[in-house]
Design a protein around this ligand. Sequence first.
Ligand code: ADP
Ligand code: MG
Length: 586
Amino acid sequence: METILGMDFGTTNSVVAVIRDGNVEALREDGEAILPSVVGLDSDGQLLVGYPAWNQWTLAPERTIKSVKRRMGEDVRLKMGNEEYAPQEIAAIIMRTLKERAERVLGYPVKKAVITVPAFFNETQREATRQAGELAGLEVVRIINEPTAASLTYKGNDQRAERLLVYDLGGGTFDVSIVQIEKGVVEVLASHGDTRLGGDDFDRLLLDHICDAFEKEHKIDLRRSPVSRSRVLKAVEEAKKRLSFEPVVKIEEEFIGEKAGVPLHLTPEIQRMEYEVLIEPLLSKTLVCVDESLSDAGLRVDQIDRVILVGGATRTPMVHRLLQDQLRKVLHAEVDPDLCVAMGAAVQGGLIAGIDLGPILVDITPHTLGIGCLGEVRGVMSPYCFSPIIERNTPLPATRSELYSTCCDGQEAAHIPVFQGEDEDVRNNHSIGEFYLEDLSDVPRGNEILVRFDLDLDGILKVTAVERATGKQEQLTINNAISRFRDEHQEEARARLESAFERAAARGRKGQQEELPPELREAIAKAEQLLAKTDQVAATASPEDAEEIQRLTEELRSAIQRRSHKEIEAATDALEDLVFYLEDVR
Ligand code: ADP
Ligand code: MG
């Protein structure tokens, strides 16, 4: 079966995915699926792509190009070192890197791709993206909209039309789209956004916040030196990401400056709440766009069936909270928000290739996990308040923590009862364990206790409570915290996805590829295996032999195209003879 890559060429990050063994998979190298969309030349003029280029960006901006997606379709030259490049060329370097990653992971060459673009891209921008793909050595079989791709990872009800709201908050851009899926056809009804709003802005706000405080204390503006600005910027981005999972983080950048010969360290602590105050105005803007897109599509909130979160910045808990309030809906981020656009593009590629897709399986927490504490239950103070720590629909593995504090002066112990469920009142949820953190310091109430939940892929939940002032801690491990729910949930998801995928795949086959007789299919499979091997042999052959390989390869490819069983067999035999001969003499 032909492999068609799904490529998310992002402003900040790019990802490549593929259908492998019937599953959609973002391809990783060294465990990393994300390729920062940054290209640069190092001081020796060597090409850098991804993290290495990103690392040098703040220090050598004249040799580094970031966010090239913003320039697609413009008739400009971008300077990198002493050279000038069209935006398509820089984009092609990123795409080619993704293509090569895919070939290394898969172990065979790949020629085709589906590439995604924002819904608002015009024809010129789409054409430039297509050109970039071709420059990268790919046949671009289709350009699809990012929200459409994200929707393809969701396989819903196939009986009736469904409307999804896709909220995509990336590094530099924000988009919200209303997408309708009906009988496997995906259509963008409305799309709004802000091409200058994203996670990068959050970083800058945090950078200013930290640097202002440092300046106030030491009269040194860290933003003025490119080196320290770069260090602080990296540190705040890291801190920002951690704030999505932890209520408070500490930045530790030693020897960031010097005053009167004394070294200065940057070691501020940032509370999530403090950070939320900074970004709230920006998030409010996104909510206005949500309203606008709804009114453009002529829909009310209650006519939206599902909300899908896309883009790394949607991991921010405040995004969930604000959207949930505005849309009054459970949000969905089961498919990794960083990867789901590329995965959807791979699904589209699979459909074009006529691949029968199995369901996209993700392990999620089907129920919220949290602890009981003193707090408001339906507006009244109660000792039975449920405080969620890991929200339902969170992909596994997951680690989250929250901060609590003691309510009595001189409180000696903290009781940590662990629950699973969705009710504000723990008495309506399932109790799954409890423990005490004892011998607390003799201090007034307000003694901070950090509670951390670590939930692994097997559903084992580790609950840790730490007295922040002293580091004293206690731990409880709960086996099978979710498994009894997971099985039934997965079965249901599997069935739901399977039927929709089958239908879509059947449609794809009808449109794209005839049903082949089994012998012919076998002959094609054999030929394709041989073709995959041939590239390697050709690479080490003499020029004459390489030319002969090329001729036979083309003959075979064209026989496959024509679906001629006899010719495929003849061409396969001829090519096989030559390949075996060359392998022998080597
Ligand atoms: P794009 O579509 O623009 O290429 P992405 O969807 O990859 O971008 O999002 C990148 C942004 O997401 C960056 O600003 C990054 O800092 C942010 N981000 C990634 N992980 C997290 C996280 N855990 N919490 C908050 N922001 C995050
Ligand atoms: Mg994106």
